[in-house]
Design a binder for this molecule. Sequence first.
Ligand code: COA
Length: 261
Amino acid sequence: MDGNTCLLVERQGSAVWLTLHRPQAANALSRALVVALRQELAKLIAEPGLTALVLTGAAGKAFCAGADLKERLAMTLDETRSFLDELGGLTCDIEAFPLPVIAALSGAALGGGLEIALACDLRVAAESASLGLSEVRLGIIPGAGGTQRLARLCGVATAKELILTARRIDAATALALGVVSRVVPDVDLRDAVIRLCDELAAAGPLALAQAKLAVDEGFGKPLGEALAIERRCYEVVLGSDDRNEGLRAFAEKRAPRYRGK
Ligand code: COA
């Protein structure tokens, strides 16, 4: 099963769930799956009424076992280079997506699988989840942003410990280290993520986009520069219909009806 069937796309309220669907390969990232994900993200940017994306894995046993190592075996070095470009591009597409992207993790999230989760804004793990950047044991290094995003998320010392040992950590450890922000029982993962999506759906979509941008663009910059970025993002919402609707709805004691404009 590959091509379009390797990615399931499902609307759930105002969120879209993207399910990696290669159960025969622990949802590993084949070239076709990476291309399908990038194409879907490009389409979804223009989807009206969307408030969040969820990335998850089919069958619950694995979120994603990283790059497809069987496919990799048959690749030339140049083909591997272009795969790395595509996979790196996918993580940047996720990061730049103008709405929150949630990784719903159950089972293994390894190598490139964890790297795409690290590019998401929020990570919710089932108790069974097992996370790791296992590349050095394969004689390679994380090549889709893992060395950089894990260090930014958890600090350099934790990133080095996890990357250099290739250790697989359980969900509780991932929570303690800040790799995920929430752990729930396996059977509750879907409902917990739907509830999280509901919280996001109460916000103005334009505000979500600009808040995400302000955090991402400002992070790591000198404070003055970062505050200027926040101000620039505020300026976008200041002139919006959503801002007026938020104020009106508050005054009228009703739920706002945001249009993302
Ligand atoms: N690429 C291609 N196929 C993979 C894969 C990968 N990254 N990871 C797992 N698979 C395949 C297995 O080869 C197996 O196929 P088979 O039945 O034809 O032998 C199938 O997926 C199921 O995997 P299996 O190991 O039997 O299941 P499991 O539940 O015991 O373990 C994992 C699942 C993901 C924990 C384990 O397969 C694993 O550790 N995979 C390697 C992950 C890795 O190192 N990724 C880093 C890439 S940089």
